[in-house]
Design a protein around this ligand. Structure first.
Ligand SMILES: Cc1cc2nc3c(=O)[nH]c(=O)nc-3n(C[C@H](O)[C@H](O)[C@H](O)COP(=O)(O)OP(=O)(O)OC[C@H]3O[C@@H](n4cnc5c(N)ncnc54)[C@H](O)[C@@H]3O)c2cc1C
Length: 468
């Protein structure tokens, strides 16, 4: 009997795991089960209800992946999507702080400015600019081995203002968190490494940046949206991918083989290995009956809920700066929105002659208003914020609201030790059950693809071990 593997969850992590197993180990019996009627999880592309835009696919969730790490780019190339990849045309972003928009300094690394001359007037006080002109040697020595929060690392090297006015809006925006609480090892490893350098954070970052080509692309996306990647994986999986099959329970069978029993509303499936490619809070429910400690660990990762509205305006009512990709919003600005991306400036194919298309985000770990607001109130509030920031009062031509409850993992200091603990518990109590996804090393698409790939590798090694 061939080794049977079940992947639970058909987001980018689970699809990657299923694809990898199928391609690299065709002898294995692989099935990917997805609860919802569609594949892709947070990767969703669709049309706006606007007759002028009705043939333009626009992402409702993630719209780009980082290319300075290889995993997403390599997978796209392997799937034959290389010719479809595009990169942002506008790369300069701004910051809404003190009730005004100012460009982010360039170059910057995760918000840390490297050249005080490029810091816009009013963004930092003279004493902070003096710190930015220096080498960024931390005020106290950092533990060379221990993780620390992004806040404590940046504050130690560059003071409170650089952190609160630049780094927190940028990094806190990426995963809707509070950078004072987030692991520097996970969220900003380059800042942690630079801060540990004997000559200081800024000196080290300047050296690293001087070795990179500033014109090389930072992000890519398939031109027709992220669902192109999802569709390519689904078509490779064929009938190994099944939608509308929520996994409701996991238990260990009896007998010499002691296979895993995976419960679904349509019956119980058996498997030798199970990859849980679902959010950590879902994995917690499935794992708890087998290993209460592992379940408690998984349930301990907090998740932020966010919403993203795609809003189109007639260009007669709103013109955005074509050189700007959008702006971030500081947490003390009293606005609901956390970021606004100018889709038409960012992506040449979305630069429509008649419409300005915005992607407006809201929700943070410590701002749960979007989850509490009705759709109507949420959209009205975001429109009010756009009136404040961009001065647009006219009604939009189309609005699409995407809600992403409990979607963005918050990585606490010492996160990687918790992951090691989880793996050790499961290896002992649930051999063959693997947890994959954004909870492991980051919420970005490349990190999820890496995690799916790694889970597939581990599962195939287990299969080889059982076969011998
Ligand atoms: C609004 C938003 C914007 C983002 N933008 C970017 C970006 O631009 N670039 C970037 O790199 N990253 C971005 N991210 C992060 C990235 O999209 C996610 O971290 C990534 O897509 C997560 O993929 P995943 O497969 O691990 O999880 P998910 O996408 O959550 O997939 C998990 C799947 O499991 C299914 N499932 C859940 N429970 C069960 C069950 N019991 N049985 C079976 N199936 C189940 C779900 O339906 C879902 O399809 C963004 C995230 C959000 C929310």
């Amino acid at each position: 009997m061939s080794h049977r593997l079940l992947v639970v969850g058909g987001g980018i992590t689970g699809l990657t795991a299923g694809y990898r197993l199928t391609v690299d180990n065709p002898e294995l019996d692989v099935t990917v089960l997805e609860a919802s009627p569609r594949a892709g999880g947070y990767l969703q592309t669709g049309l706006l209800d606007d007759p002028v835009l009705d043939d333009l696919p626009i992402d409702a969730g993630a719209d780009a992946f980082l290319v300075r790490v290889p995993w997403a780019r390599d997978l796209c190339h392997e799937l034959g999507l290389a010719d479809e990849l595009v990169s942002p045309s506008a790369r300069q972003a701004s910051l809404w702080l003190d009730g005004t928009l100012r460009p982010l300094p360039t170059p910057n690394v995760l918000g840390v400015p490297l050249d005080p001359a490029t810091v816009a007037d009013g963004l930092l006080e003279p004493e902070d600019l003096r710190l930015v002109a220096g080498d960024g040697v931390p005020a106290m020595a950092l533990d060379p081995d221990a993780d620390a929060s992004v806040g404590s690392v940046v504050r130690a090297c560059l003071g409170d203002q650089v952190f609160e006015r630049l780094v927190d809006p940028l990094l806190g925006g990426v995963n809707a968190g509070r950078a004072d609480d987030l692991s520097c090892e996970v969220m900003a490893p380059q800042l942690l490494g630079a801060a540990r350098s004997p000559d200081g954070m800024l000196a080290s970052l300047r050296r690293a940046v001087s070795g990179t080509d500033p014109t090389s692309p930072v992000f890519h996306s398939p031109q027709d949206g992220m669902e192109r990647l999802v569709d390519a994986l689904v078509s490779m999986l064929g009938d190994r991918f099944q939608t509308g099959v929520p996994v409701t329970g996991l238990s260990r069978g009896d007998g010499p083989e002691a296979r895993w029993l995976v419960s679904t509303p349509t019956g119980t499936r058996t498997a030798d290995s199970v990859i849980l490619a679902v959010p950590a809070h879902v994995a917690a429910d499935l794992v708890s009956p087998i290993d209460a400690d592992a379940g408690t660990l998984l349930a301990g990762w907090q998740h932020a809920s966010v919403a993203l509205a795609t809003i189109a305006y007639d260009r007669a009512d709103l013109e955005v700066d074509p050189t700007q990709s959008g702006f971030l919003v500081g947490r003390r600005e009293g606005l609901l929105m956390t970021a606004c991306s100018f889709a038409g400036s960012k992506w040449a194919h979305l630069d429509h002659p008649e419409r300005a298309i915005l992607r407006v985000s809201c929700g943070r770990i410590d701002d749960t208003r979007p989850s509490e607001f009705s759709d109507k109130t949420l959209i009205e509030s975001l429109r009010a914020d756009l009136a404040t920031t961009l001065g647009v009062e006219a009604p939009p031509t189309a609005v699409r609201l995407g809600r992403f409850p409990d979607s963005l993992v918050q990585f606490p200091v010492d996160h990687s030790n918790r992951i090691d603990q989880l793996d050790a518990l499961l290896a002992d109590s649930a051999p063959g059950v693997l947890v994959a996804g954004s909870v492991r090393t980051g919420v970005g698409i490349p990190a999820c693809i890496q995690s799916g790939t790694e889970a597939a590798r581990q599962a195939s090694e287990l299969a080889a071990g059982l076969a011998n």
